[in-house]
Design a protein around this ligand. Structure first.
Ligand SMILES: Cc1cc2nc3c(=O)[nH]c(=O)nc-3n(C[C@H](O)[C@H](O)[C@H](O)COP(=O)(O)O)c2cc1C
Length: 278
């Protein structure tokens, strides 16, 4: 059966799906095209068995070399949660979400496995860090999609990494186990909104990488996105540094955000926790 995804595609990209050949109908694909982050949650608990089911689903994600280098800390204790929330006061959803999980890269377990089997494995290089990070990210995104499939809403929190030392102390993370992102989970309190993505002409390349037309494509994307949701003048970043822009689109916003350095303490944290990135 052929299906049309025009409405969902337009919601995500603002242009035509252009699916010239037959494609299968899938309610799940429609839902993923329409997915969104939620930061406000209903006062409704997430049942424990459902959380367990979602975690099992999440850990079904593929894993580099079957090394399985992700760990999740479920923050159940209210005091622990409040200590984490206090680290990032401008994101109150960390404290208010019904559930809070921290997805960690775990380069430690592989070394422990080697130790248990009488081998000497060093997983402190860049490869070890990178594989553990990718595994944790895949588990988290699988959790997000699974949770959204049963009507929950989520918000990843990488801002925790700006306080990695404090997070590690609160959660008792040992060396070579590091936070990739927290995750707020709950039943959404509102409908939220779809954040448009760059067109596939920008993000998908045919045979060879080619960004020759990036400028024009981003201009068009900014215009389309701005028509859907114009960033209010008072939300322009750092006007004291950059001034106020007459047209303030997504690319100006992201460029300003990228100028302000983030995560500067993370490399030192990781080195102090056993990584050498060789
Ligand atoms: C790795 C990662 C870290 C994120 N960190 C934060 C965060 O610290 N705080 C927050 O409010 N949202 C965070 N987000 C959510 C993004 O802002 C959101 O995914 C993005 O704006 C796109 O919106 P959408 O998911 O609704 O499409 C994060 C998302 C990812 C994937």
């Amino acid at each position: 059966m052929s299906a049309s995804y025009e409405a969902e595609w337009r919601a995500r990209f603002g242009d035509d799906a252009d699916l010239s050949q037959e494609v299968p109908e899938s309610a799940w694909l429609r839902q993923v095209l329409m997915r969104r982050t939620h930061r406000r949650y209903a006062d409704r608990p997430v049942p424990e068995p459902l959380l367990r089911l979602l975690l099992g689903t999440a850990f079904s994600a593929s894993s580099k070399s079957d090394f399985q280098q992700a760990s999740v800390v479920h923050v159940e204790d209210r005091v622990q949660r409040e200590r984490l929330a206090a680290l990032v006061p401008d994101m109150p959803w960390i404290g208010s979400a019904p559930l809070f999980l921290v997805f960690c890269g775990d380069a430690r377990r592989l070394e422990r496995l080697a130790e248990l089997r009488g081998h000497d494995a060093d997983n402190s290089n860049l490869e070890g860090f990178f594989n553990a990070t990718v595994d944790a990210a895949l588990v988290m995104q699988t959790f997000v999609l699974a949770a959204e499939t049963v009507g929950l809403g989520c918000c990843p929190i990488s801002a925790l990494r700006n306080h990695a030392d404090a997070v590690a102390a609160i959660l008792g993370l040992p060396d070579k186990v590091f936070p990739v992102a927290g995750l707020c989970v709950g039943y959404p309190a509102g409908t939220g909104y779809i954040s448009m993505r760059l067109p596939l002409a920008v993000t998908v390349h045919s045979d060879r990488y080619d960004d020759a037309h990036l400028g024009a494509a981003v201009d068009a994307y900014d215009t389309g996105r701005n028509a859907r949701y114009a960033i209010p003048r008072e939300q322009q970043r750092s006007p004291e540094v950059f001034g106020h822009a007459a047209f303030y689109g997504w690319s100006e916003d992201k460029a300003r955000q990228a100028v302000a350095l983030e995560g500067q303490s993370f490399p030192a944290y990781l080195r102090a926790r056993g990584f050498n990135f060789e």
